[in-house]
Design a protein around this ligand. Structure first.
Ligand SMILES: Cc1ncc(COP(=O)(O)O)c(C=O)c1O
Length: 431
């Protein structure tokens, strides 16, 4: 094992981290080579700096005139230059400030500095590399974003254990979660991944449910190391008072010495910049010192360096400029209101469906947040319904042939009644 990895593991000794790291995670480190030498050169190489793999002209990173024109005159340092491996420092700090603003419970809680990754997918993949070992068990609700199967089931070869997300009353299924967590923990290590607002249901549990999740995980952390991953892709899009308004991470970051909380979030969905590919990974555990955080960040930075080297400078620069702009809050609130309006239109359509008895084979799952809603298809193939809808010029997603997922956030409010009329008609015609 590289001596730097040995040093990092020693710095983390006695904490939950070495107990949950994969073999790759234990071997991971951030090399001092190029980065340290380039930093030294920045200080001392006042004549010629020939360290970094970028072409320079007149002291600035070279740009084709076309690119300069297309990036609207942005300095080439902000457009085409490489970003640091874990992201632009000012952006990382700004994201942390935003995180505290959105999650007041994190006030005074030590976390790592958010590390930039190219989207939440890359964040989850990096975290999977570091923390999931082939043969580990990952607890997921039975409604989850399908890519987890590729990322964790296939790439990391973990066993996926599902729990029923909703109970018969259509609320978060506490007993199924507790039972699932207990049985997954029997393997000697528990990894749980929760995504609120959930894809595909568009559901976020209540404050009391989140307290229950915390209590369950804290109880298990007394006997097994726990990794709790929060996928906050759709964070902030909460449309009713039932939904817990902070990230689950805010309740877990300082919950137990034996529980490593990991937050994967990003601007992709939250700030409506999907193709920017800017996400963040932040970690915490109770009792984490700044030396622990630094060692953990080094492991994370090494994992990023070995996977993607660094994330898009242009996207990070634009995001940072937007976050620092005085118009940001207002514009974000406008975008939220637009989606909230779509949610309320959807609620009216579903209330009408209920009262009129339309398409009884389509049972809407609880939905209070996010981009999506789903119907459970009773006695009807979701795939047949999806294909029938395609013939009507309507695109939806069939999940496991049992659920039909509708991305209502992608449709103007005026279009929603017609969209749902097509869905009801197609389901009735198939029944
Ligand atoms: C729950 C969830 N997490 C993560 C992602 C991926 O986010 P990103 O585009 O930032 O990789 C998605 C995208 O569909 C998602 O639904």
């Amino acid at each position: 094992m590289n001596s730097l990895a040995v040093e990092l593991n020693a710095a983390l000794e006695g904490t939950v981290v070495p107990r949950v790291l994969s073999d790759l995670g234990l071997r991971m480190y951030f090399p001092r080579g190029i980065v340290a030498q380039a930093a030294e050169a920045k200080e001392k190489a006042h004549r010629f700096n020939a360290t970094v793999g970028m072409a320079y002209a007149d002291g600035h990173p070279m740009t084709l005139p076309l690119i300069r024109e297309l990036t609207n005159g942005l300095p080439s340092e902000e457009s085409v230059a490489y970003a640091p491996t874990a992201g632009i420092p000012a952006l990382r700090d700004r994201w942390k400030t935003e995180m505290l603003r959105k999650n007041p419970s994190l006030d005074g809680v030590a976390t790592t500095r958010p590390a930039v990754v190219p989207g939440l997918t890359a964040g989850l993949a990096v975290v999977g590399d570091l923390l999931a070992e082939p043969g580990d068990t990952l607890l997921l609700p039975d409604l989850f974003w399908g890519n987890y199967r590729l990322m964790f089931g296939e790439r990391r070869q973990v066993q996926i254990r599902e729990f029923a997300f909703f109970d018969d009353d259509g609320v978060f299924n506490r007993s199924a979660f507790a039972e699932g967590a207990r049985s997954a923990a029997e393997s000697g290590k528990l990894i749980v991944l929760l995504n609120f607002p959930n894809n595909p249901a568009g559901f976020t549990p209540s404050t009391a449910d989140v307290a229950f999740i915390r209590e369950t995980l804290v109880g298990l952390a007394d006997s097994v190391p726990v990794v709790a991953l929060s996928d906050d892709a759709y964070f902030g899009l909460f449309y009713d008072d039932h939904a817990f308004r902070e990230s689950l991470f805010s309740q877990l970051a300082d919950a137990h010495e034996n529980l490593l909380a990991v937050k994967v979030d990003g601007a992709t969905k939250e700030d409506y910049v999907w193709g920017f590919r800017v996400g963040f990974v932040t970690m915490a555990f109770r009792g984490m010192t700044s030396a622990h955080a630094a060692a953990l960040e080094q492991k994370l930075t090494g994992a990023i360096r070995s996977m993607v080297s660094n994330s898009s400078r242009l996207s990070q620069s634009l995001l940072l400029r937007a976050l620092e702009d005085s118009r940001y809050d207002e514009q974000k609130a406008d975008a939220y209101r637009l989606l909230e309006d779509r949610f309320h239109t959807l609620q009216r359509i579903l209330a009408e469906q209920r009262s009129s008895g339309r398409a009884p084979m389509l049972e809407p799952l609880p939905c209070n947040s996010g981009y999506f809603m789903s119907f459970r298809c009773r006695g009807l193939s979701a795939e047949d319904l999806r294909l029938a809808l395609l013939d009507r010029g309507v695109g939806t997603i069939a999940v496991r042939n049992e659920y039909l997922r509708v991305a209502f956030a992608g449709i103007d409010a005026q279009g929603l009644p017609e969209l749902y009329e097509e869905i009801f008609q197609a389901a009735e015609a198939l029944a």
